[in-house]
Design a protein. Structure first.
Length: 541
């Protein structure tokens, strides 16, 4: 036997009877095949988890005696009860403080309401199994153009194009596909007025095959009927679904909590927009899409495939293909990476440039050390067109070495100390490096130079336009991949376009590798390539 009134609490009943109802319908974390005890507070439906006696007395049954922010005390037929564990009908937390205030009255149920709730509960129970499976895989359609708002502001727009009911449904389906790119997204199909125990909408994942196929799917969904409001809260395997932002329905009232509502009716197309969540620019984009889709649908017959009708408005197509592709950005074609760094060092010499573990360097210090090392390299015969290996783990020295090599006009060849010896040997031979710069801890052939620790204040070298090598590797086996040249200009151009890092980014990376506590400089490259660490330095802090 199912609970009376669909387990809607009648506040005129005795406290013991209400408490017994709430306790009997508490299934904990298990599937609840019956229903949940619930209160109707104004136009809100609230699920009740627990109930306790309350010391207090009020006037008429239903009077709210207290609101603690998490529970409410209510006068009932022969005493007072404290209602606890209050959630919305999907089992989500509620802002209880805004539900009711002392002195408000929760209306008792009348005979007509009890009969309606019992009939709705009986009908919904038959569909529990189907909807329980369907809701577990719901994928609500989202609109990137929408914002959040507490109070809706629905405004209706009538379009000149007359459509049939199924053409209007097709427009909603295509609008959702066009706005999200997701063919598996669910719309909200409004089926109920929302005043009773049935959820006012059900998810609709309509086919795009043809108008005939859509009409069949629509009829099937309408015949299945709405699911019980509390079904999601009763099924622990179902996560509370978000509300689909595009809805369709036959009622004059929009489906609650959607952003766009398409009226299912024969005649001029009618669409409602929530102005509180869609600004003028968003509505203009959606309106242009609706006009283009409705014009295409008006010419379609029952067997016409729907997907080919997904055409963009001319204005949006122009913006996508031409307007947003105007990416030309002026930049200094003669600038180099190390030249850009020197400009930044001159502008902010005392700003922190690098952070590694407990050590740091300012831009001035980093530039001075790189300059001094560059002069040592020049003294070793390094110059424009040369290649210098950089065999240094992630550290301050890695960036000092890279900048120093660039300042000589040479190209650096990154050599990861974690690579196997045969690969390092191949990279040195393949690049033609005449010198390998190390921190002194690496075991390499005799051809190497320990990183020099110069005094501060050394003068820089004139920057030159040359390439620097970047050992991505391309083709061949892992150990024999060939080097790839990467030039200064693309990096400088990226900086001019502002696509590397925003100015003000802290140049510190707490990324840990292989469980070691190893800091590295700004960037996200897991191999720690110096080129990826250099780019943020050019933007400053």
């Amino acid at each position: 036997m199912r609970p009376a009134a669909g387990a809607v609490i009648d506040v005129s009943r005795p406290a013991g009877e209400i408490a017994a109802l709430v306790h009997a319908l508490d299934f904990g974390d298990y599937w609840n095949p019956v229903t949940r005890a619930k209160l109707r507070i104004g136009a809100r439906w609230v699920l009740v988890g627990q109930v306790q006696p309350y010391e207090g007395a009020g006037g008429q049954p239903g009077e709210v005696l207290a609101n603690t922010g998490s529970e409410i005390a209510v006068q009932v037929g022969d005493g007072a009860l404290l209602f606890e564990g209050l959630t919305d009908t999907f089992g989500r937390p509620l802002d209880v403080a805004r539900l009711a205030v002392p002195g408000d009255v929760i209306a008792p149920l009348d005979a007509a309401e009890i009969a309606r709730f019992e009939a709705e509960a009986k009908a919904a129970a038959k569909a529990d199994k189907v909807w329980r499976v369907r809701l577990a895989g719901v994928n609500p359609v989202r609109l990137a153009l929408a914002t959040e708002a507490e109070v809706p502001d629905w405004q209706e727009v009538r379009f000149d194009t007359p459509l049939t009911r199924v053409q209007s449904a097709a427009l909603a389906v295509l609008l959702a596909r066009q706005s999200t790119g997701d063919a598996e997204a669910d719309l909200a199909l409004g089926l109920d007025d929302g005043a009773g125990l049935l959820n006012p909408w059900v998810p609709l994942r309509a086919p795009e095959a043809s108008l005939d196929a859509l009409e069949t799917a629509l009829a099937k969904a309408e015949k299945a009927g709405a699911f019980a409001r509390d079904l999601v809260a009763r099924a622990p395997e179902i996560a509370p679904p978000a509300m689909p932002m595009i809805a369709l329905g036959s009622s004059a009232a929009p489906v609650p909590d959607a952003c766009v509502n398409v009226r299912l009716a024969d005649g001029p197309l009618t669409v409602q927009f929530d102005h509180a969540r869609l600004d003028a620019a968003a509505r203009a984009v959606l309106t242009a899409r609706i006009e283009a889709l409705s014009a295409a649908l008006a010419e379609a017959d029952a067997s016409t495939p729907l997907e080919p009708l997904l055409t963009l408005p001319a204005s949006e197509r122009h913006a996508l293909l031409e307007g947003w592709n105007q990416t030309d950005t002026p930049f200094d074609a003669d600038q180099t990476v190390h030249g850009a760094f020197e400009d930044q060092a001159a502008a902010t010499p005392d700003a922190t440039a690098l952070v590694f573990e407990d050590k740091s360097l300012t831009y001035g210090d980093l530039n001075a050390r790189a300059n001094a090392l560059a002069r040592v390299l020049v003294g070793k015969g390094v110059g424009a067109g040369e290649r210098v290996g950089l065999f240094v783990p992630r550290s301050l020295d890695m960036l000092i070495g890279a900048l120093a090599i660039l300042k000589t006009g040479a190209a650096y060849v990154p050599l990861d100390p974690d690579y196997p010896a045969d690969r390092i040997t191949h990279y040195i031979a393949d690049s033609g490096a005449k010198l390998v710069l190390t921190d002194g801890g690496a075991r390499l052939p005799d051809l190497h130079l320990r990183l020099h620790r110069p005094a501060q204040g050394c003068h820089g070298l004139a920057p030159q336009r040359v390439e620097f090598l970047h050992r991505h590797g391309c083709g061949g086996r892992q150990a024999t991949r060939r080097g790839v040249a990467r030039r200064h200009q693309p990096v400088v151009r990226h900086l001019g376009a502002g696509v590397v890092l925003h100015a003000g980014a802290r140049l510190q990376d707490r990324h840990q590798r292989r469980g070691d506590e190893g800091g590295c400089l700004a960037g996200q490259d897991r191999r720690g390539r110096p080129s990826d660490r250099l780019q943020p330095l050019l933007l400053g802090q």
